[in-house]
Design a protein around this ligand. Structure first.
Ligand code: URA
Length: 457
């Protein structure tokens, strides 16, 4: 099959059969298809789209372009399952969810990514823990998934290698924005992990990867159809990203927050705001994070057959948290991957804190009616908590905490957030932009959006 003929057919808006798509992606993986051909193909897909069947074939071809993990030889005592998020700010769900699911009998081989644009990355957060190795060998990874039930590590060169090349070319040829290409890229990598089931967290709002709520919904629908079409039951929760999910953002700060949640301290009895959003923010604990993590965990347990229904899942999750089992799984994973064995007992000892902290305060009294979530994420990057260029070193100490939430009343001079910076100068450079990320107005003018917009199965 001639590669230029496959490109020509897509250019002319013909429908490609699965054989043609597999042949193209095999060539991407083995290097016989050149970058120019990849770029031309990607542009043809952007302009002409793909049918559902083509998108399923592209996802399967991405998955099959390298090693596909198999688990049956390990005789696991539970299903292999995972969650993936399209990324956000203060989104540390994975750190909590993986060990929590493991404590409920699941096996979670979580291949995570680094920060991208304004969003944080799970690997960057974990690397705030001294010694944590995100690139263990295969044997260790498999052993942890079997014995501990969870291992969160980085992308290996052998999983879905075609995506690495295709994504690299898309990045520089203005061809990232295509639904079938995005879905095949995300799902191809995830399904190469040999999952029985997958739950995706697709973010909606001004801190989300997709530019509009409609685009997020379209992505969610495509993920459900294509994931399930490729043989892995997949569901999606559309969750809100019109404000940071936790009340902190920044690598070490988010590990602290994960530990707090795993200790059971993320639950807050105090209910504020309107009933629709059940905004649970107070005395430093961000229960929106708890709620989203809990909802995703519930979906995972029920979907994989580890719980009979949502009520059963809630009981199991509660037990796993209250017994300390979820925290124990996190600790064993961290230690198994080279981190300290007593991180949970002495986090302050291991997680470096920033040398300079200052509060960014409200210029006037008002209610927080809008938050530019992307601006907060970019603020963390500017402080050094993310990368401006690929390969940049990260300062794990910096970030934001005590971030005021939507609907919260602040008086003039009261903090909107606390800034953790390497120096006063670094803090000064971003504080005005961070202050301007908050829109203060009259109470009740903006109804905080629902936390879970929808569940698609
Ligand atoms: N994330 C991915 O992994 N791939 C895409 O194409 C977009 C976001």
């Amino acid at each position: 099959m001639l590669i230029q003929d496959i490109i020509r057919r897509k250019r002319d808006a013909e429908t490609l059969d699965a054989d043609a798509i597999h042949a193209f992606m095999r060539g991407v993986a083995d290097g016989s298809v050149g970058d120019a051909q990849i770029g031309a193909f990607a542009m043809a897909v952007v302009l002409n789209g793909m049918t559902r069947e083509e998108a399923i074939a592209l996802t399967e071809a991405t998955r099959d372009s390298g090693q596909v993990l198999r688990w049956h030889d390990l005789h696991l005592d539970g299903p292999v399952l995972d969650k993936h998020s399209t990324g956000g700010v203060g989104d540390l769900v994975s750190l909590v969810l993986g060990p929590w699911i493991a404590a409920c009998g699941g096996h979670v081989p979580m291949i995570s990514g680094r920060g991208l644009g304004h969003t944080g990355g799970t690997l960057d957060k974990l690397e705030a823990i001294p010694g944590y190795d995100v690139t263990p060998d295969d044997d260790l990874f498999r052993r942890l998934v079997k014995d501990v039930g969870v291992a969160i590590i980085g992308q290996t060169g052998t999983l879905a290698p075609a995506d690495k090349r295709l994504y690299g070319v898309r990045d520089v040829t203005a061809t990232v924005e295509s639904l079938p290409l995005i879905v095949a890229s995300i799902l191809g990598k995830k399904l190469a992990c040999g999952l029985d089931t997958l739950v995706m967290d697709v973010k909606v709002g001004n801190g989300a990867f997709m530019p509009t709520p409609d685009a997020s919904r379209e992505l969610a629908e495509a993920i459900v159809a294509i994931g399930s079409g490729a043989g892995t039951p997949t569901s999606v929760l559309l969750t809100d990203m019109n404000q940071p999910l936790a009340d902190c953002a920044g690598n070490a700060l988010e590990v602290h927050e994960a530990l707090r949640l795993l200790r059971g301290d993320g639950r807050n009895k105090e209910v504020r705001g309107d009933g629709r959003n059940k905004e649970l923010r107070g005395d430093g604990h961000d229960s929106r994070l708890y709620q989203v993590t809990h909802a995703l965990a519930t979906e995972m347990l029920v979907q994989a057959g580890l719980a009979a229904d949502a009520a059963d899942a809630a009981t199991r999750l509660e037990t796993a948290l209250a017994s300390g089992e979820a925290l124990e799984r996190f600790s064993r994973m961290v230690h198994g991957l080279g981190g300290p064995s007593d991180l949970a007992e002495r986090p302050e000892h291991y997680l470096a804190s920033a040398p300079f902290t200052t509060d960014v305060v409200a210029p006037r009294a008002g209610t927080v009616n809008a938050i530019d979530t992307r601006a907060l994420g970019l603020g963390v990057v500017e402080l050094g908590g993310g990368r401006r260029n690929a390969g940049d070193a990260i300062d794990h100490r910096v970030g934001l905490s005590r971030i005021a939430g939507l609907g919260q009343r602040v008086e003039r001079g009261q903090p909107l957030l606390r800034l953790h910076a390497a120096s006063r100068a670094e803090a000064d450079a971003v504080s005005r932009r961070l202050r301007e990320a908050f829109t203060l107005g009259e109470p009740g003018h903006a109804v905080p959006p629902a936390l879970i917009h929808a569940t698609l199965r």
